[in-house]
Design a protein around this ligand. Structure first.
Ligand code: ZN
Length: 565
């Protein structure tokens, strides 16, 4: 069976909602734990089926946003997803309030009920219309970005396609490509401001309807955070500011020296070396072939997993017109299949897809035996541990992809992982500011962003670019529009992945075993529960960031690549 054989059919909302309501009623009136269990299992199966249809629609729509059928299905899901949420909210409420709650908790565990309690708090039928509005606006943003078309160097390019020229070793070429990219955002500034302003307002409205002061608390609940809050996150950001920002400033200074410029400008940041960044030495087919070889050699588990992905065509890797930008990994429940989506563009990012998204997919594959949907999937903070750690576990095979550029790749990958963290926590702080102050105007929001850049990424020099100087960089950050409060998850997971990087240098086998065990238990535990299950340190603990960073900066110093000229 191949991905194209996976059958999509729009679910019959009326019929399903009747069936679910009947099951919920039985749960509520049930006189035995056994009967409740049986009905919960029935509902889990329905939930998996609905998710399957939604995933298939989402994937196929992103594969070609011009496809009329899936465009219509995408609109259907924007409208109906909140209605399904309502059904499952009633289910969560019934189970959370079950008279057999203790008995059920003995079977499903603490995390299951923590998630259900969050679902109950984070929804009410009163916000259905607002959720639909939120979906519609997020789709409008995605469509606007996917509609971008550029003529450059005689090629017709999308935003992703242009990326390759933005790291061209010819400074004039990359300046022109980067300016072209930002001219698209400046041209659509009013629309982007309007979309985001409406998103902030509608999210704030939902939070208030549910009885919260603002969207921050609701955002945390929506992100399924069951064991930490804004205070812990603020303490983590503080550690990043103190420990990582200074190391990054040094890295940018090395980069400037290496490139031999007076100052690093905003279009230079993606270029590490004058003779070009590390890039894969072959076609997309060749990359995939090498990927297969890598996973075959890595472990029996990865071999089985990747062969499954290739045999069933569960990878859509190559960039083409009409395809949505970015990359993601999805999971198709009824077929127990992960799916990987990306836009290869000839840069080292292509290999990161094969390791990062494959890390997510590997976890999905190893957790497929878990029957409860809420526990099969991990929360995003934990999910990014699986993906980012896989990027590092794949290091011994990087020579196959990068040949003579391997040292360059490793240096850029590790320093890039570090440089990402201040940016990541800045996105998070920006979102806190935005949702704590929903009355800010679009101009004020941009000014706040620029102010935060001065704090976390002071090396950014936007001289000559009006939009960026006014604080418009985040227009390109889709998470800010589509997935509020997601971003910190990458940085928390990043610190965990860097711990695995450190540990695999001491004892690869032990680190790998912990990693595989972590993948196997999916989301059975909360973020901090999984961190300790993987024998990692909590990023919130004072000193954690420092202990990871010192070894990494030492490695980077020892592997500093000399000036190319
Ligand atoms: Zn990821």
């Amino acid at each position: 069976m191949k991905f194209t054989d996976y059958r999509y059919e729009r679910p019959d909302f009326e019929a399903l909602s009747q069936e679910i309501k009947n099951l919920i009623e039985t749960i509520q009136n049930s006189e035995s734990l056994e009967q409740q269990l049986e009905k919960i299992t029935d509902i889990n199966k329905i939930q998996d089926h609905i998710s399957t249809m939604q995933s298939l629609s989402y994937i196929r729509h992103s594969q070609d946003i011009r496809d009329g059928f899936y465009d219509g299905e995408n609109d259907y899901w924007d409208e109906f997803d909140p209605l399904y949420t309502e059904l499952f909210h009633d289910f969560a409420k019934a189970v959370a309030g079950s008279k057999f709650r203790d008995g059920l908790a003995g079977i499903f565990g603490k995390q299951y009920f923590a998630l259900l309690d969050g679902q109950v708090l984070g929804f009410s039928p009163e916000i259905v219309e607002d959720l639909q509005e939120d979906n519609r606006l997020s789709s409008e943003y995605a469509k606007l970005l996917a509609s971008a078309k550029f003529e450059f160097n005689g090629e017709a390019l999308t935003l992703s396609g242009l990326g390759k020229y933005m790291e061209d070793k010819d400074r004039e070429v990359r300046q022109a490509a980067t300016e072209l990219r930002w001219s698209f955002f400046q041209e659509h500034e009013e629309t982007l401001d309007r979309i985001f302003d409406q998103l902030v307002k509608v999210r704030d409205k939902m939070a208030k309807k549910l009885g919260f002061d603002n969207y921050v608390q609701l955002g945390y609940i929506n992100m399924n955070r069951t064991d930490y809050g804004p205070e812990e996150v603020a303490n983590f950001r503080k550690q990043v500011l103190e420990e990582i920002v200074p190391v990054c400033n040094e890295l940018y200074e090395w980069q400037r020296e290496r490139l031999g410029y007076d100052k690093l400008r905003y279009f230079d940041l993606d270029v590490e070396y004058l003779d070009g960044n590390a890039s894969p030495k072959g076609s997309p087919e060749w990359i995939l072939e090498n990927g297969l070889k890598m996973y075959e050699e890595m472990s029996p588990e990865t071999k089985e997993f990747f062969e499954f992905m290739v045999e069933r065509d569960l990878l859509d890797l190559v960039n083409r017109p009409g395809k949505e930008g970015g990359g993601y990994c999805s999971y198709i429940e009824d077929y127990q299949s992960p799916f990987i989506f990306s836009n290869f563009n000839g840069t080292s990012g292509d290999i990161d897809v094969l390791t990062h998204e494959a890390g997510h997919a590997f976890q999905g594959y190893l957790s497929r035996h878990i029957e409860i949907p809420e526990l099969r999937e991990t929360t995003y903070d934990s999910a990014e541990i699986h993906s980012m750690s896989m990027e590092f576990f794949a290091w011994p095979w990087m020579e196959n992809f990068f040949k003579e550029d391997t040292d360059k790749y490793k240096f850029s990958h590790l320093s890039g992982s570090l440089k990402f963290i201040p940016y990541g926590v800045m996105v998070d702080e920006f979102q806190h500011l935005v949702y704590e102050n929903p009355q800010l105007t679009p101009q004020e929001r941009k000014a706040k962003w620029r102010e935060l850049e001065g704090k976390y990424v002071p090396h950014k020099n936007y001289e000559g670019n009006d939009l960026l100087e006014r604080g418009g960089f985040w227009f390109t950050q889709s998470h800010i529009f589509e997935d509020p409060f997601y971003y910190i998850d990458y940085t928390l997971a990043g610190i965990c992945a860097l711990q695995f990087w450190k540990r695999m240098r001491e004892d690869r086998e032990e680190a790998w075993n912990d990693y595989v065990n972590l993948c196997k238990i999916g989301g059975i535990r909360s973020f901090l529960g999984l961190v300790s299950y993987g024998n990692l340190e909590s990023p919130f603990e004072d000193g954690c960031v420092k202990s990871v960073i010192s070894e990494i900066s030492e490695w980077l110093r020892g592997h500093k690549i000399p000036t190319a000229l």
